[in-house]
Design a protein around this ligand. Structure first.
Ligand code: S3P
Length: 180
């Protein structure tokens, strides 16, 4: 048994409010891996906040920047990568994110997700309930393309544990001995 080892790169996908960033940080700390947030990468590369990008360049401009950030990260090695809620629904971005990664969909009921979103203007697509519900429904088939699906309704610690279980990773993964 030599040669290839399983990738130690987890990509968390799912709708706004799923807890991708919070759970991602926990997972990274547990596994001793670097944590990366795709929106942070977009902001660092463009020098703009996500809301500013939407305002200045529209959603298409944001998606282009998001795709470029995903491309830059595709070769960045092992990490836990939290994506923005729309990234995985963009086929070209998804292909970049999926490269050598274990993808996990953090899934929860629409109402649970919605209740977690602060009304602070940081998410330009967080508009009316009806619009968001339509967006949620439209994205479900894309989220379902992730390799694993984990219920994200519970507290972040529990969700992080479930992600590790779903992947069959134990904390031994820190030493590269995960049984995948
Ligand atoms: C978006 C979700 C946001 C952010 C941007 C667009 C979306 O990330 O990428 O506002 O299209 O669902 P979070 O899922 O972290 O809120």
């Amino acid at each position: 048994m030599s040669g290839t080892r399983a990738p130690r790169r987890i990509v968390l996908v799912g709708f706004m409010g799923a807890g991708k960033t919070t759970v991602g940080r926990l997972l990274a700390a547990r596994l001793g891996l670097r944590f990366v947030d795709l929106d942070d990468e977009v902001e660092a590369r463009t020098g703009r906040r996500v809301a500013e990008l939407f305002a200045e360049r529209g959603e298409d401009g944001f998606r282009a920047a998001e795709r470029e950030a995903a491309a830059a990260l595709a070769t960045a090695g092992d990490c836990v990568l939290a994506t923005g809620g729309g990234a995985w629904a963009q086929p070209a971005t998804r292909a970049l994110l999926a490269r050598d990664a274990a993808s996990v969909w953090l899934d929860a009921e629409f109402d649970t997700l919605l209740a977690r979103l602060p009304d602070d203007g940081s998410r330009p697509l967080a508009s009316t309930r009806a619009t968001m519900r339509a967006l949620f429904a439209q994205r479900l088939p894309a989220y379902a393309l992730a390799q694993r699906r984990v219920n994200a309704a519970g507290p972040p610690e529990a969700v992080a544990r479930e992600v590790l279980e779903a992947l069959g990773w134990t904390l031994d993964a820190q030493r590269g001995t995960e049984g995948r």
